[in-house]
Design a binder for this molecule. Structure first.
Ligand SMILES: [Zn+2]
Length: 205
């Protein structure tokens, strides 16, 4: 959570001191991507999935339980794409094993919220679920009970490496890193500090 009531960039919601909107180039991803989030996430500067829509052209942000989600999934099917939720349920398959074009869905929020979307919220329990191969750890803003739980924009970057190109996926990951560095600077974290370091510091003071 970012503290303070100072001026904010109307686009990325970050204070002007760390906003990097002016140098943000738009990344053209061919795969339709939709991030499903709680409406509270829309106002949190630490939501990488919400931030991702500023960097990735065409990324859809949809609020949970919006009836438009079901229509969106049906439209993707009609267009010949397989709707895929990136969520490691028991029925999930490796993303790379899915043949043909896909439409990618991701749930923003903590692991419990992601679980609710994946297992309970129509139409997601009934569409194809997929998981990513293990990836190297990166700096993150949120703590997850499992270290392999990726931030939303980080997951998008790795998915695009698989679905489209290594170079485009890496560009997304580099933009994610810049976003994390900006929010971390705002929180007063040291270089390279992650959420675990931040919590350790609080416990020691
Ligand atoms: Zn901005």
């Amino acid at each position: 959570m970012v503290r303070g009531d100072g001026p904010r960039c109307p686009r990325c919601v970050l204070p002007p001191s760390v906003c990097f909107c002016a140098t943000l180039s738009s990344l053209e991803v061919q795969t339709p991507i939709a991030v499903i989030c709680h409406d509270k996430e829309l106002r949190k500067p630490s939501s990488s999935g919400v931030f991702a829509r500023l960097a990735i052209t065409g990324l859809r942000l949809m609020v949970r339980r919006d009836p438009a989600i079901i229509t969106h999934v049906e439209d993707q099917r009609r267009a010949g794409r397989t709707p895929v939720l990136l969520y490691p349920s028991a029925n999930a398959v490796p993303l790379a094993s899915i043949e043909g074009p896909v439409a990618l869905y991701l749930a923003e929020g903590n692991w419990r919220q992601a679980r609710k979307v994946g297992l309970r919220e129509a139409p997601f329990p009934t569409i194809q679920h997929a998981f990513l191969p293990p990836v190297p750890a990166r700096r993150r803003l949120r703590r997850h009970p499992k270290d392999d739980h990726l931030a939303t924009m980080e997951a998008i970057g790795h998915a695009v490496r698989i679905l489209e190109s290594e170079a485009l996926g890496e560009q997304i990951l580099r933009t994610y890193d810049r976003f994390v560095d900006a929010v971390a600077a705002l929180r007063g974290w040291g270089d390279g500090d992650s959420i675990a370091d931040d919590q350790a510091r609080r416990e020691n003071t």
